[in-house]
Design a protein around this ligand. Structure first.
Ligand code: FE2
Length: 264
């Protein structure tokens, strides 16, 4: 956010339809096919159920109204078409209104495996299935309201809680590690790594710890926080998160578990 992007979002026409090219539809198809092969036994049940409810098209990009009909019915959420990069203020304002910002562009073939800007594949395939889940939807809504009222400095702390839940959260279930974070679920390499690799640390989530944990957006994560069920997000929503933000500010950040960006 605030940086330049090589991408430009596509504008919906007067009926809310986005006209995707054949090439863009092909990229969606390839991304969906590849990810559907990766996620069985790794994505959490709530995600798989959400994916079933959304019933996303596999051979073309979905239109917003197709996704919105399901989200509206299940949890009252909507997608909001936004430019490739939006200010924090707008991001939080949308979430506070149960509108999930979706930049309406799709990555190019050159960036098929990895891109830093969240594209429509990441937003729809990564996040929208969980937005059909009441606990996840409630948490995201509460988070938006807190963030909208927060100062810029408080928002930097809040962003870490979002990162370690909505983007990179894991569940520790009786069947093993399962993923609910959309940042992982839209990346085949990280889907495999987050569940099966011995390299990353996996620790039970404490909101205060997450608020104090630095992260980098351009590497595979060295640490994940786990919860036992998606319903735990209801309990986190009920906490006085801003009091924890202030505590985190006083205590300061943990040592990063990654090299500084320049040395990487
Ligand atoms: Fe995301």
């Amino acid at each position: 956010m605030g940086k330049q992007s090589q991408y430009v979002s596509k504008q919906p026409d007067e009926n809310g339809i986005i006209h995707w090219s054949d090439e863009e539809n092909q990229i969606w198809k390839d991304l969906v096919e590849r990810q559907l092969e990766c996620i069985p036994g790794k994505a959490c049940d709530e995600y798989m159920k959400g994916l079933e409810l959304l019933d996303l098209p596999k051979d073309r990009l979905p239109q917003m109204h197709e996704v919105n009909d399901v989200l509206e019915r299940e949890t009252g959420w909507q997608m909001a078409a936004v430019p490739a990069l939006i200010p924090f203020d707008e991001f939080f304002r949308l979430l506070a209104n149960k509108q999930f910002p979706v930049a309406t562009f799709i990555r190019t073939q050159e960036e098929f495996d990895y891109l830093q800007e969240p594209d429509i594949f990441h937003e729809i395939f990564g996040h929208c299935p969980l937005l059909t889940n009441p606990a996840f939807a409630h948490f995201t809504h509460q988070y938006g309201k807190l963030g909208y009222a927060a100062t810029p400095k408080e928002r930097v702390y809040l962003a870490r809680l979002y990162w370690f839940t909505v983007e990179f959260g894991l569940l520790k279930t009786e069947e093993g590690i399962r993923i609910y974070g959309g940042g992982i679920l839209s990346s085949p390499a990280e889907t495999e790594y987050a569940v099966n690799s011995d390299t990353p640390e996996r620790k039970p989530l404490k909101a205060l710890d997450a608020l104090r944990t630095p992260y980098r957006i351009d590497i595979i994560q060295p640490i994940y926080y786990t919860i036992e069920s998606v319903d735990e997000l209801f309990q986190i929503s009920d906490m006085d998160i801003m009091a924890l933000v202030h505590e985190a500010m006083e205590l300061g950040l943990f040592e990063p578990k990654f090299p500084p960006k320049d040395a990487a």
